[in-house]
Design a protein around this ligand. Structure first.
Ligand code: 13P
Ligand code: SF4
Length: 366
């Protein structure tokens, strides 16, 4: 049997739980040195420091997808991020390249808010109501099955870095869009593009109903009722508190935050946008950041010349991103060289085929 044909999803052996940090770091360094260019470790900016220090490249969702599409050398890609990102990497790499996720429990609560059965049912109802006037767009934070559905229907994936360009493109294709699964990114982006809120409806997949007041013919954007459980924790009360305690402070948030938070902030943009904005700011400027805590803490450490805090002082990191920790990374790497690779991510061929169409339409425009 080929080394890479083993598909198993076991849990972390106790031996790794009992190792010291030095032992775990030694394993990672040793495997990286041994495998060289045959191994590639991409890491999302929301990963813990203990993991991201070993990433060969770090990025936001768009950059990670672009890197996967251009990664032709490595035979093993150990993805430090969440499940949908590893699936995307598998779809965008060759058949003989293999993607592993160090902990299969590293999912995404937003991606879990839309499944393919719900999507097919919603589509049927929406098409019977609006005929062939809708183009589906899905945030990359979605399952491969939903990306395939979107690809099959002529649509594309979107990330927070290119949502504006992709929504503009979508309206050159059809009169309406269905935007899955993050209502906030969809609403914030469409609003910035000049679409009034009363021309946006919300599809509730639980009660299978379209929520909208006013004439249905006016609807241009149908937002899936999903959200990020991390970014939803930034509130208008947090904004008000920063404004009253630090009147000079700039507030910058990710567009996965609610419309109310985004409209009260000074700046809004993707993970990359936030990082670059702070990098380019003059020394001594003050920032309250509304995004994931591992990243906010890293930005604080990297910019001692600025005053930076989290918009919500009680904010926690993304718990599923945090599933990837040093013991899981060491285990994933050592199992590769030990001939018993763990946690292979393999998207079934026909799903991957259509999902790639949706991803390619985005990558061509990014
Ligand atoms: P970006 O990487 O596109 O900023 O998305 C943030 C996020 O929540 C990833 O899960
Ligand atoms: Fe999902 Fe939000 Fe975590 Fe990103 S930050 S992985 S969208 S739960």
């Amino acid at each position: 049997m080929n080394l890479f044909e083993t598909i198993n999803q076991t849990t972390l052996p106790d031996s790794y739980k009992n190792m010291s940090i030095e032992q775990l770091e030694d394993i990672v360094r040793r495997v990286k040195a041994e495998m060289g260019n045959r191994l590639f470790i991409p890491g999302h900016h929301y990963q813990k420091d203990e993991v991201i220090q070993f990433a060969d490249a770090r990025g936001d969702s768009l950059k990670l997808a672009q890197m996967s599409a251009h990664q032709h050398e490595a035979e093993a890609i150990v993805f430090c991020g969440v499940h949908f990102m590893a699936e995307t990497a598998d779809i965008l790499t060759r058949e003989d390249q293999h993607v592993y996720l160090p902990d299969m429990r590293a999912g995404c609560s937003m991606a879990d808010m839309a499944n393919i059965q719900q999507t097919e049912k919603a589509w049927e109802k929406l098409i019977s109501r609006f005929d062939d006037t809708i183009l589906p767009l899905t945030y990359v934070n979605s399952t491969a099955a939903i990306k395939a559905f979107v690809g099959k229907h002529g649509g594309a994936t979107v990330t927070s870095s290119n949502a504006e360009a992709m929504i503009k493109w979508a309206f050159t294709q059809k009169q309406r869009i269905l935007f899955l699964p993050d209502q906030h990114l969809g609403r914030n982006t469409a609003y910035e593009l000049g679409i009034p809120l009363d021309q946006m409806a919300v599809w509730d997949p639980i009660v299978e109903e379209l929520i909208h007041e006013g004439p249905a013919e006016d609807i241009q954007v149908i937002l899936w009722k999903g959200h990020c459980s991390v970014h939803e924790n930034f509130t208008t009360a947090n904004v008000a508190q920063v404004r009253s305690e630090h009147p000079e402070m700039n507030i910058i948030v990710h567009p996965e935050c609610s419309r109310e938070v985004v409209e009260r902030s000074d700046y809004s943009g993707s993970t990359n946008y936030i990082i670059e904005k702070i990098e380019q700011a003059p020394p001594g400027s003050e920032w309250a950041i509304g995004t994931e805590m591992n990243l906010v803490n890293r930005i604080i450490q990297e910019h001692p010349e600025q005053t930076i805090l989290s918009l919500n002082p009680r904010m926690c990191p993304c718990l599923t991103m945090n599933r990837i920790d040093l013991p899981h990374l060491a285990w994933a790497l050592e199992s590769l060289t030990g001939g018993n690779p763990q946690n292979l991510i393999k998207v079934e061929d026909s799903t991957a085929h259509y999902a790639k169409q949706a991803l390619d339409r985005m990558l061509e425009r990014s």
